[in-house]
Write a protein that binds this ligand. Sequence first.
Ligand code: OXD
Ligand code: MN
Length: 593
Amino acid sequence: MAGKTEHQAMHAWVKEMAQMCNPDQIHWCDGSDEERRKLTAEALSTGELIELNQKLLPGCLYHRTALNDVARTENLTFVCTDKEEDATPVNNWKPREEGYAECRKFFKDSMKGRVMYVVPFSMGPVGSPFAKYGIELTDSIYVVLNMRIMTHMGQNVLDAIGANGDFTKCLHSKAQLDLEKRRIMHFPEDNTIWSVNSGYGGNVLLGKKCLALRIASWLGKTEGWMAEHMLILGVEYPDSHIEYLAAAFPSACGKTNLAMLVPPEGLKAKGYKVWTAGDDIAWLRLGKDGRLWAVNPEAGCFGVAPGTSMSTNPNMMKAVEKNTIFTNVLLKDDGAVWWEGHGDAPPAHGKDWTGKDWTPDEKDKDGKPVLGANANSRFTVPIKQVPCVSDKVDDPAGVPISAFIFGGRRARLAPLVYQSTDWEHGTYVAATMASERTAAQYGKQGEVRRDPMAMSPFVGYNMGDYFRHWLEMGRKVPNPPKIFHVNWFRRDENNKFMWPGFGDNLRVLEWILARCRGDVDAVETPIGFVPKPEDIDLTGLDVGKETMRKLMDIDKGEWKIECDGVEEYFKGIGERMPKELFDQLASLRKRLG
Ligand code: OXD
Ligand code: MN
């Protein structure tokens, strides 16, 4: 089928890629339901997908990846630019031509005997000033069906691109799923992404991490906007007005749960409602009102299954009851699914994520329990199925952001919450974000991994330039979000978490939003503003005064050691590290005495 587009350069590119990959057929996707049914039937017949129990899980499908292909492969992910310093020091780099040359060998004839699907997609609502369009060529039906969920996909995107419009050229082939020949290559100077020999979502749903973060961060720097690894959340007050926050956390810090937070019992009387506008990525632009406005470029969630339960995230559990693609979870004998931390007791028998028979007492050769679901098993679900989805989720204008929240996992050091003094200091706070290993290292010096803005694996260019872009955005936006840092993971002397987390995090968001409105005072400390103890509403919560004091404690000695770590990190960024952030570090040291 020929594509319904007059875009001659697009036709020429599809032809050129097809000459290299040599598929038997080319299919231009229109995004229709009929197409979905046909592709699903085809994938079921080859075993690429398995149909789940349609009574229990209507519209749901199951997929297993190759055993060597269960997570993003950062070591095989490259930013290919002409000048090395445009991509380094955090990214892997290759010269542009060398990147293409290496991959051409892997793509050569990789689609022989297969269909090449041409997938037109939009990140951001089609027609929105935020939207960026892409075409992904792929030989995987699993990818096509996931792209249908994760992006706005179909003929309307080709119409929006028109005869001359820009689009990101994305090429993916499973090839032989050979780990040695796996590459995830970004060519920001050509608005191009090439991914080969993988079938794992984060490596192959090219709209997500590759376009919406790595390429988009580059476009944002060039065009004066921001692409960030942030959830977007609305808190509705009893008078129906809604204030929006965007928050960034490294993985395994409860980002999806925060995006879908359920107000705790004790705060219910206040009548708050929480609305989810995004769970992973935010694109931000200066609005006419002088504030920063955000859209979620994605249309779906690609969430981690293990640990998702009716108690940690009831909204997500309800969302995945239908029209969901499950990857690498445990397949139950009744055609439903299960994972560790699901809430329901494990089934007596099932097939694990590798396809082997599984029982709950299964042990490996070292006597350790065998996981039924891979630790990074996933579900792909339309965000509109989330019961608390915001009605602004596909508003082309986005939502105005009052606060940015950054956080990591710190057993000590960082208080429950603090506020930066201004944008420049906030940029410093975000740039020095880190997570440390938890229980095992407690009491020793835990291994601290710096993950500025939770963007370390996703900035498509030089990290020093990225920090500079943040500083410049602050100068450009008359009324920018206030910047906060939270730590839900602080532990006491017995190694116990002091803060309950989950829904109770709304108590902290309440203070954050009150600060944004100027409704509440704070205590000034060397690291920023912290709440007065009485200003966090603890109604119905069993957290004593002494625990709150410890949660807010700032140990100057530990902060001085932290400053040494930050200095080392900043120096490692090299010449392009902005002086303003070294100045911030110097003033923090001075305030610490
Ligand atoms: C994700 C990630 O999958 O951050 O969202 O790795
Ligand atoms: Mn993410």
